[in-house]
Design a binder for this molecule. Structure first.
Ligand code: HEC
Ligand code: HEC
Length: 224
């Protein structure tokens, strides 16, 4: 599909999403207006994730709300398009906080920014819990990894993303993400792109050669 066609279909989809979501969105505050409110939301979220019963409930709710996410992120959170990240097994706090970033404009993506304005805090909790509990399925179109990628990973990435790339409470999981998403995202960080500004990643990859960047992306795409 040409870029133009993709843009048009995204717009159409966004309108459909907007209409459906306004119908189901509760009157809850859709996004944080201040750092204090953001911190409060995150705390509420942490409480739910830590309580097995509340988490189970959020998970069930999430399945319903997540219908709109399936056509891009996949039914089980394993993305169906290579430029779209997996949400499966992502650390739930990361999933949740990205909505704040899309809503505040620190992170930009046409569809996601619209969605972030519409989903209530409760719905964001529910979908984050739903997707975080799903396993990652290896993709069959992974490019060959090589030792150069492993070397870059071991020297520059593992300290934050962990030796398996599974992230932690504070860092995102990157293992098994689609190669295209990884390469594009790393290039955005390297170029200090508007769509992912104020990220610690910019300092990490700022001086990396494109060759090393692609090698590490191939490595990470193959991490289980
Ligand atoms: C039209 C396709 C589309 C739909 C529908 C969609 N997303 Fe996304 N989503 C994307 C793309 C593309 C990105 C990556 C944006 C970027 O490159 O920064 C993304 C990024 C994200 C991220 C950040 C993940 C990460 O690893 O950085 C989260 C969280 C997310 N989406 C959640 C959702 C949820 C929840 C829904 C449903 C309520 C949803 N998305 C619906 C396309 C979509
Ligand atoms: C100093 C800690 C740190 C190091 C070192 C680091 N990262 Fe990150 N990385 C982060 C943080 C924090 C984020 C999430 C914040 C953001 O989106 O800006 C992130 C986000 C990412 C993302 C986007 C994930 C997503 O789903 O949106 C990718 C891809 C990534 N890092 C890859 C790498 C690679 C590859 C390396 C090694 C070359 C690396 N990182 C080294 C801290 C680090």
């Amino acid at each position: 599909m040409s870029n133009r066609l993709i843009n048009i279909s995204l717009c159409v989809l966004a309108v459909v999403l907007l209409t459906s979501f306004s119908a189901i969105a509760s009157a809850d505050t859709p996004s944080a207006d201040s750092p204090e409110q953001a911190a409060r939301l995150l705390q509420q979220f942490e409480n739910i994730v830590a309580d097995p019963e509340a988490r189970q409930k959020a998970n069930a709710q999430g399945q319903e709300r997540a219908q709109f996410c399936f056509r891009c992120h996949g039914k089980d959170g394993n993305s169906v398009r290579d430029y779209v990240p997996n949400l499966a097994s992502q650390n739930p706090a990361y999933l949740f906080t990205q909505f704040e970033k899309f809503a505040s404009g620190t992170r930009k993506n046409y569809v996601m920014s619209k969605l972030a304005e519409i989903l209530s805090a409760e719905e964001r909790v529910a979908v984050a819990v739903y997707f975080a509990d799903k396993p990652v399925t290896p993709r069959d179109n992974r490019p060959e990894p090589d030792m150069k990628g492993r070397q870059v990973y071991q020297s520059l990435c593992f300290a934050c993303h962990g030796d398996k790339g599974h992230g932690s409470h504070t860092y995102p999981r990157i293992a098994g993400q689609p190669y295209e998403f990884l390469e594009k995202t790393l290039l955005k960080f390297k170029q200090g792109d508007e769509s992912r500004k104020n990220s610690p990643m910019t300092a990490v990859v700022g001086n990396m050669s494109d060759e090393d960047l692609k090698a590490v992306a191939r490595w990470v795409a193959n991490m289980p």
